[in-house]
Design a protein around this ligand. Structure first.
Ligand code: HEM
Length: 451
């Protein structure tokens, strides 16, 4: 457990004083924010309350805890907070100008154009492209042989990358798959780099080079996509225009597709992995979900079946509660503002923490326990406070792909249950690296057998 010296004055004055930490303490705290944000945020909240300020180098970092903090940060009244200024510092050199890295009117304009790719007609198109591809890919998975284990995480990563290529880019990556996958890996891994220097050989340097590979891959396809009638997301973005005839520039298209591929790929892989783990630990839920699916007509899913997969949705929500792919959401204060009687300074990094709220017993019964029925009509624990469950964030920046993610997750879980049963040893606990995007450090070894 961290030993943070006292010295934080949060009581009478209501003005924030940063915790005064020695170099080693400070380093340990920062490391924990990368390796185990749940322990770090729980510790800070228990020791200092809902508003905590820490000085990291020259920067003031303010943690705001609880659902009310989430509400304030996500609804962002009067533009007190900037997404751009926060995310630019973290992934700005790797995914510049992505939708999440924009603010206010500029963000609204870009989001409006992007909606074209998430309307119901487009979603139906993605469904018809994805469903057969998922069925084929999952049926081909090799069951576990002998005592060897099957690694779930890389399997999902490959499957979601192939799907992204089809649905987002309208192509089979073929020989480019390895190159693109590697470039992805490098750009996402680089977002872990804690220093703003990109010396040759560093993660950031490799990430910036990988970004160039991605840009050079997408750029030459734009003209053809603008002229064509493709129904993939890339083509839709190339043709998207608003009521005044405004369109994305070529560079904006490249920046958006780069960001979208990352935003969709690693988050969905993370969610599928946590669901697989939760279902392996709770095999009775595998059978329960399979029962729900057997009640649907036909052996292939149709779009209208998705809304009938109610308990599958509870399991998805519960997995996202326990393992939110983004455990913390950084914002940056444009101006001074008040929260719970404290003055939050301008120019501070303001951290809200889905994972902290998701594990808070203020909002959840037995928060550490996997219990999908907490989302059911009889209990509705997530309705106790609208901002207690925020794996997809909220407000203006709420994930634009959440229905897409849900559709893909339901299709994958349906095909998995149709083909297999899977398990982990009783005493197995998945080791999780929560930042930057939650994933198992051991790839999640499972025993996969044909149903
Ligand atoms: C389980 C899967 C997913 C999770 C948990 C997730 C989570 C999130 C979160 C937390 C944010 C908001 C960050 C903030 O407030 O700054 C976000 C934004 C975003 N997500 Fe997702 N995401 C998922 C899947 C997807 C998919 C499949 C797509 C695309 C098809 C996507 C595209 C985006 C985009 C474009 C944004 C930026 C939205 C904006 O700033 O207006 N995400 N996502």
């Amino acid at each position: 457990m961290l030993d943070i010296p006292s010295g934080l004055n949060l009581s009478a004055s209501k003005s924030l004083t940063p915790i005064k930490l020695g170099f080693l303490e400070s380093w340990r705290l920062i490391s924990l924010s990368y390796s185990d944000p749940l322990s770090q945020t729980q510790h800070l909240n228990q020791k200092y309350g809902n508003v905590v300020m820490q000085k990291v180098g020259n920067m003031e970092v303010v943690y705001l805890f609880g659902a009310d903090a989430n509400r304030l940060a996500l609804l962002n009244p009067d533009n007190i907070l900037s997404n751009k200024k926060a995310w630019d510092q973290i992934i700005g050199r790797l995914f510049p100008n992505g939708l999440m890295l924009r603010d206010a009117e500029d963000h609204r304009y870009h989001r409006r154009l992007m909606q074209a790719g998430f309307k119901s007609k487009a979603m139906q198109g993605y469904f018809s492209q994805m469903a057969p591809q998922i069925a084929r890919a999952i049926a081909k998975w090799s069951p576990t042989v002998g005592s060897e284990k099957t690694l779930a995480y890389p399997m999902f990563k490959n499957t979601t990358l192939d799907l992204a290529a089809t649905v987002f880019l309208g192509m089979d990556l073929g020989a480019d798959a390895r190159k693109i996958n590697k470039a992805f890996e490098s750009t996402v891994a680089a977002s872990m780099w804690r220093f703003p220097f990109a010396f040759p050989g560093t993660l950031l340097w490799r990430g910036i080079r990988a970004r160039k590979i991605m840009c050079n891959f997408f750029q030459p396809m734009i003209e053809e996509r603008k002229a064509g009638e493709g129904q993939d997301l890339f083509s839709i973005l190339c043709r998207a225009q608003d009521e005044d005839g405004n369109r994305y520039t070529d560079q904006e298209i490249v920046d958006h597709i780069n960001f979208l591929m990352m935003a969709a790929h690693d988050t969905t892989t993370s969610a599928l992995t946590s669901m697989t783990y939760a279902l392996a630990k709770n095999p009775e839920w595998q059978e329960r979900l399979w029962g729900e699916m057997l009640a649907l007509e036909g052996k292939d899913l149709k779009p209208q079946d998705l809304s009938a997969m109610v308990e599958t949705e509870y399991v998805m929500k519960e997995a996202l509660r326990l393992y939110p792919p983004l455990s913390t959401l950084p914002k940056f204060s444009n101006k001074e503002f008040e929260f719970e009687g404290y003055t939050i300074p301008a120019e501070a990094m303001v951290i809200t923490s889905p994972i902290h709220t998701h594990y808070s017993d203020r909002y959840w019964d037995d928060p550490k326990v996997f219990d999908p029925l907490r989302f059911g009509d009889a209990r509705k624990e997530h309705k106790r406070n609208a901002y207690s469950w925020i794996p997809f964030s909220g407000g203006a920046h709420m994930c634009i792909g959440l229905h897409f993610a849900e559709m893909q997750i339901k299709l994958v879980i349906f095909e998995m249950l149709k083909n297999y049963r899977w398990s982990v040893p009783h005493d197995y606990e998945m080791p999780v690296q929560q930042s930057p995007i939650s994933k198992p450090t051991d790839g999640l070894p499972i025993t996969l057998i044909r149903r």
